[in-house]
Ligand binder design. Structure first.
Ligand code: ASP
Ligand code: MG
Length: 461
């Protein structure tokens, strides 16, 4: 949670406190707040810019970026720390080269990752300098230097865990045993050829989980500026509460369905290694926050949280000719998979005249292309319709499994909110019920469900 010089100092003090208690700590940093968005935006602007305009845009952007980071560095690090400024300068010089390279053309995913990772590459040395200024011996490392090796799926890379287990230990363990605190760039890693990769938006959490699992740490702590994982998005439901205890599976389910607190893949490595994750509020560090672990506590009413996700679209494939005809669903999903579209929800009416699919809103144009070409001239499918005005609402809690009546209460709450349900799916894990409503209804529906299950009455963390 790095919003400003003050929050860096605050987080550095939190690290120092643990080190002084005798803990061995590895720090993962995310970018200063808003920086990743700024980097992605300038890159996008440059792709379509005229080459003659690009120079000025790049210079202005990079000067500003450098100034912002140097001014934070000055506030958090010893005034004598000159190396940090020159380090920041040389990183921004690298960025300039990459930005110049993409001006006026489509940037390759590989170049985009070098650009997108720059926020963390700049914040990490600043954080290490802040620790040094507090008398904590620290060194800054990129994800690659820390031994995180991924595949080459730029933008959304996956770690090669078998490789990582060896490389991370060999890079970090000796530093740690010498009493040095490694400070590692979140989000950014490296593929086997040494090219910089990124782990997907919000990927710093994932970095922490990968490092923690490979090092076999006691606990992974993720500092945020909210109270942990909440019963609902506090921007939608002002009375949302911190969930004190949650299982890996529930947390993953919540992250996937729009609780933006954690990167959805964060739970994987920690769960496999059996390591708990604590999500804590850096602005209130003594509160316990949320503990994610194997234990599932049953809360009364079986529901832990309710989320909504607005950037989704709905596709419905219909035709009476589909009844009893094998292969239509297979064709739909095969062609979407070939087009690399991730399907979020599926349902088929039992009359078999209709298959509905929810996907990310940004995937809708691709889906239009893919499906219209796949079903051109197909007599069984009469219509393929697209709806961009929907939200997914998800109700999550492992206690729903085998508890009768939960669905009835959920849909009663939807009705109380005056909304109608467009599509429903329940995961066979019975850990969540997800359904689609009109976008303008989603906030009211979330609030109504939150009330129905009395989530606002959870005790304070
Ligand atoms: N800086 C990256 C992002 O904004 C990763 C992170 O913050 O965790 O997506
Ligand atoms: Mg970020």
């Amino acid at each position: 949670m790095l919003n400003s010089a003050d929050s860096i100092k605050q987080c550095a003090r939190l690290v120092k406190r643990q080190v002084e208690r005798g803990d061995q700590v590895v720090v993962v940093t995310s970018a200063l707040s808003g920086i990743t968005d700024r980097l992605l935006k300038v890159a996008k602007d440059l792709e379509t810019a005229k080459r003659s305009d690009a120079r000025a845009v790049i210079d202005q952007f990079c000067d500003r970026l450098l100034e912002d980071h140097i001014s934070v560095a000055r506030e958090v690090a010893d005034p004598g720390a000159k190396e940090i400024s020159s380090k920041l300068r040389s990183l921004v010089a690298l960025l300039k080269t990459d930005l110049a390279h993409i001006a006026g053309k489509d940037a390759s995913a590989r170049t985009m990752d070098r650009i997108a990772s720059m926020g963390e590459r700049l914040s990490t040395p600043i954080f290490a300098a802040a620790l040094s200024s507090l008398g904590v011996r620290a060194v800054d490392l990129t994800g690659g230097e820390a031994g995180i090796v991924t595949d080459s799926n730029f933008g959304d890379a996956m770690p090669k865990m078998d490789v990582c287990r060896t490389t991370i230990k060999s890079r970090l363990e000796s530093l740690i045993s010498e009493g040095i605190t490694p400070v590692v760039t979140g989000f950014a890693a490296q593929d086997e050829s040494g090219a910089i990769t990124t782990l997907g938006r919000g990927g710093s959490d994932y970095t922490a989980s990968i490092l923690g699992a490979c090092l076999g740490v006691d606990e992974i702590w993720i500092w945020k500026d909210v109270g942990g994982i909440m019963t609902a998005n506090p921007k939608v439901v002002s009375e949302a509460k911190t969930i004190p205890l949650i299982s890996y599976a529930e947390a993953a389910e919540l992250a996937y369905f729009g609780a933006k607190v954690l990167h959805p893949r964060t739970m994987g490595p920690a769960m496999q290694a059996g390591i708990s994750i604590r999500v804590k509020d850096a602005t209130a560090p003594d509160r316990s926050g949320t503990l994610i672990s194997n234990g599932t506590t049953q809360v009364p009413g079986a529901v832990k949280a309710v989320t909504s996700m607005d950037d989704v679209g709905l596709i419905s494939v219909s035709g009476t000719g589909m009844v009893g005809l094998p292969g239509v669903a297979a064709k739909v999903f095969k062609s979407l998979a070939r087009g690399k579209v991730n399907v979020m929800m599926i349902s088929q009416s039992s009359s078999e005249t209709n298959i509905t699919i929810a996907v990310k809103l940004s995937d809708i144009p691709a889906c239009r292309r893919i499906l219209s070409s796949a079903f051109r001239g197909d007599a069984a499918v009469r219509e393929i319709a697209f709806d961009e005005d929907v939200s997914i609402v998800s109700v999550v809690g492992s206690g729903m499994k085998g508890t009768p009546g939960v669905a009835a209460r959920v849909f009663k709450a939807v009705a109380d909110a005056g909304a109608s349900v467009i599509m429903i799916a329940q995961g066979s894990s019975e850990m969540n019920i997800s359904f689609l409503v009109r976008k303008q209804d989603s906030a009211r529906v979330v609030l109504s469900i939150h009330r129905e299950f009395r989530l606002h009455q959870l005790p304070d963390a």
